[in-house]
Design a binder for this molecule. Sequence first.
Ligand SMILES: NC(=O)c1ccc[n+]([C@@H]2O[C@H](COP(=O)([O-])OP(=O)(O)OC[C@H]3O[C@@H](n4cnc5c(N)ncnc54)[C@H](O)[C@@H]3O)[C@@H](O)[C@H]2O)c1
Length: 387
Amino acid sequence: MEVRKIGIIMNGVTGRMGTNCHLERSICAIIKEGGLKVNDNLTLMPDPILSGRNKDKLQALAKKYGIEKVTTNLDDVLKDPHYQIFFDSSGTLQRKGFVEQAVAAGKAIYCEKPTALTTSEALYLYRLCVDAKLKNGVVQDKLWLPGLRKFQLLKHQGFFGDILSVRGEFGYWVFTGEHEGQPAQRPSWNYVSQMGGGIIADMHCHWRYVIDNLFGEVKSVSCKKATHILKRYDEAGNAYTCSADDSAYATFELQNGIVCQFNSSWDVRVRRDDLFTMQVDGSKGSAVVGLRNCMAQAHSMTPKSVWNPDVDSDVNHYEQWFEVPSTMNYDNAFKVQWELFLKHVVLDEPFSYSLLEGAKGVQLAECSLVSDEKRRWVELDKLEAEV
Ligand SMILES: NC(=O)c1ccc[n+]([C@@H]2O[C@H](COP(=O)([O-])OP(=O)(O)OC[C@H]3O[C@@H](n4cnc5c(N)ncnc54)[C@H](O)[C@@H]3O)[C@@H](O)[C@H]2O)c1
């Protein structure tokens, strides 16, 4: 059995996503498992180097996770042919510069979403990789959440009949940081436009690939955005003015006629099954999809509802739903996608989540913002690179 080291430059991983989702739960988890066994003769062993600006932070992180190598000199490490993959989870505004550098060095590119804030820049990054004949990918983690995988199983088995509509509810209360004992649980740049913040830029790129993959191609969008909370406190405890949208109320119309409504908000308190739920209604059955669970109600189990608010209802509307059982080991969603990308890079296996798909997400976010500004429906063009 050959154990082949795969050099990966991990850039910007001192941040929230980089540390938790990519370093700890993906790359370190794969290493801990003894690498990614791809066949009887070969195991791929990630060999990461952490890159960033602050040596102390990088060293502390490396020590915590037992990683040997860190660097503050990206130029130098990009020259080293041992590193095949460049991964970026720095801020959205930094993405372009880092991807350009890594493409020039001939690395396979994998990065967090959004890949950019404008469709043209996102497409430019995709084309840069294609022209340099480099493998490329964007994080689309939600596709491998257990709840969504259970939904896919129901769908493939024809449970829903014709899917009619989808209602997505995403959000939770993000503390403003004003009160001691309730620290903000998201970085402050999320709430400042000039720093790449905004819930539409953040979440609508997720909704694009979730909808495209589960329900059908998005045709058009109508969106209303809001900045409900105008003052928050940053990591140093200083008050700042929020300029970016913290809530978005959107309707997406699909090519196949399905209507999807998605609310996204960092200013809502949760009384639903999960921080993200999606109710899917079909002619033969419905489901409420959460992050880990999926509740379903078949047509034959649908109670007869009669509108009469004058009396207490004898129907408990939670009772006719069953929980789709877990039938496999649902590994961490980010890790699953990392494994697919590693196999894509090393074994040339197919990988559907390229920077072009990333650009489609950016396009939906951009069109949503245009819809809000112009107060009208916006059609999504086919991206030039797809035609
Ligand atoms: N897939 C998801 O579900 C998901 C969720 C949240 C955020 N994100 C995306 O992940 C990225 C990071 O978000 P986060 O929440 O971890 O933010 P964060 O602020 O916690 O982390 C950003 C990191 O980038 C580093 N960085 C910033 N500028 C840099 C520079 N010039 N050079 C090197 N490093 C630099 C910071 O030091 C920090 O380590 C963003 O693009 C965000 O949109 C993805």
